[in-house]
Design a protein around this ligand. Structure first.
Ligand SMILES: Nc1ncnc2c1ncn2[C@@H]1O[C@H](COP(=O)(O)OP(=O)(O)OP(=O)(O)O)[C@@H](O)[C@H]1O
Ligand SMILES: [Mg+2]
Length: 250
């Protein structure tokens, strides 16, 4: 089983408000459709929320829990927007011959202080076994301490990546960059040095942007790749176990 995450920076216009990037959605769905025909069928697909999540979390102040009625309405609206984005992506996958099925993590998982404490993965394994492509996404999840909180697609990657043969993250840059140069490999011992090069994403990424991503990946205890999904052929190469331009995190 492979875990593939596609960033909200690819599927949406991240600077917008509830704005999908249909061109990118179609381009990636086409690549995955081709892969499906070629027999790459062992993928748990995860995607970020991009402009269907981050701006709403900021607008309703959901980052440190959900307590008030206003926040509850905001959490419900955020969940609904994430589901809408997922439906758009899944529709494109279906059109390209991939029997993809979206399952909102809100119904399967529970957090404790913003970290996943429980996740019922049975529905996902069942879909895989039956020959479907399960699709998960960043979402608002119940939280035993905070009422409800954000669970990023990146955190889902660190949960499911533990059991995967390969973990790939597609985003809108070539990988981790330092002074404009691609860092080919990140590990515990050069993390601090590379950290100096993380800048705040141009548009508020409530789950920590690139730095948050690397922290999740280092916790995985297994190698994973960050690559530019705006060049779908790079993601395709990684799915086939081939080398391509990317950052290896291990
Ligand atoms: N040193 C760095 N190298 C590469 N990207 C960086 C660096 N520092 C900050 N970034 C930013 O991190 C962004 C990628 O992380 P981000 O979380 O925004 O994307 P994503 O995971 O695709 O989206 P989402 O979180 O919505 O799924 C890049 O677009 C870039 O602007
Ligand atoms: Mg992010």
């Amino acid at each position: 089983m492979q875990v593939l995450k596609l960033g909200g920076s690819v599927l949406t216009k991240k600077s917008g408000y509830l704005e999908e990037d249909q061109k990118n959605i179609d381009m990636i769905a086409e690549m995955l459709g081709k892969g499906w025909k070629d027999g790459i069928r062992d993928i748990i697909l995860i995607h970020g929320a991009g402009s269907f999540g981050h701006p709403l979390v900021v607008k309703y102040n959901l980052d440190n829990g959900v307590k008030t009625d206003e926040q509850k309405r905001g959490a419900a609206e955020t969940h609904s927007a994430c589901v809408r984005l997922s439906t758009m992506f899944v529709d494109a996958l279906n059109k390209n011959g991939v029997p993809a099925v979206s399952i909102p993590p809100a119904f399967l998982g529970k957090l404790k202080n913003k970290r996943i404490s429980e996740f019922n993965r049975k529905p996902i394994d069942m879909l895989l076994e039956l020959g479907y492509m399960p699709v998960l996404h960043g979402d608002m999840l119940p939280d035993s301490e905070l009422g409800c909180a954000v669970c990023s697609g990146d955190q889902l990657v660190s949960w499911f990546g533990k059991d995967a043969n390969r973990t790939i993250l597609g985003t809108n840059v070539d990988g981790v960059l330092a002074d404009g140069e691609l860092v080919p490999e990140i590990h515990q011992s050069n993390f601090e040095e590379v950290s100096a090069h993380f800048t705040d994403a141009e548009h508020a990424d409530v789950t920590g942007g690139m730095k948050g991503k690397i922290k999740e990946l280092l916790g995985l205890g297994k190698p994973s790749y960050i690559a530019n999904a705006l060049y779908p052929e790079r993601i395709e190469a990684l799915l086939k176990g081939e080398k391509t331009l990317s950052t290896l995190v291990q």
